[in-house]
Design a protein around this ligand. Sequence first.
Ligand code: AMP
Length: 207
Amino acid sequence: MEGSIVLFGPPGAGKGTQASVIVEMTGKPQVSTGDMLRSAVSMETDLGKEAKTFMEAGKLVPDSIIIGLIEKRLTEEDASDGVLFDGFPRTIPQAEALSRITLVSTVISIEVPDDDIVDRIVGRRMDPETGEIYHVSFNPAPAEIVGRLVQRKDDTEETVRSRLEAYHDQTKPLGDWYSSLGILVTIDGSGSIEEVGKAVSEAINQK
Ligand code: AMP
């Protein structure tokens, strides 16, 4: 498939989990602004220090920082045939900037009701060794690795509320924007990981 793919949806919709299905099918590298920011925070770079306060408050990091990160990432060799964006763009200015630097061919929107989001996020755990994402009840990790799993600092009930608010106010309008361009595919994200994965692969195959 030509161009880049955008995975769109609220926090906790399963974008990171489903990204692996698309990476496997298309060979495009996953570009997650959340992962890039978390790595900058843990390396204590200037950018990381600036982003940290916003992230811990569940607010969006300013567009200028995000657009700068993406511009740089897209100059890398593995991005030449397009990438899979996960968690980007999240605002109209980010989407406008993106449309000036690369072709977005498909936007896959994973829809999950707000009521399900809190449980999904608060129970989410990550394996720091593989980056694999689990859930204490919906997708439990094998017993031998449970001890090393970590929880994201912003995956608390309190922060989820502001992240959802940011999603509804700043990110959701983007869905309409991409829909008007005729490239939005909507998927029901409330099923099992396998069911959603099947819908995601069908959406990719139809392109
Ligand atoms: P995520 O891992 O995608 O849930 O992102 C975690 C946090 O990083 C978000 O709550 C924001 O604070 C920040 N972030 C990630 N991607 C973006 C983006 N595209 N625009 C603004 N802030 C972002």
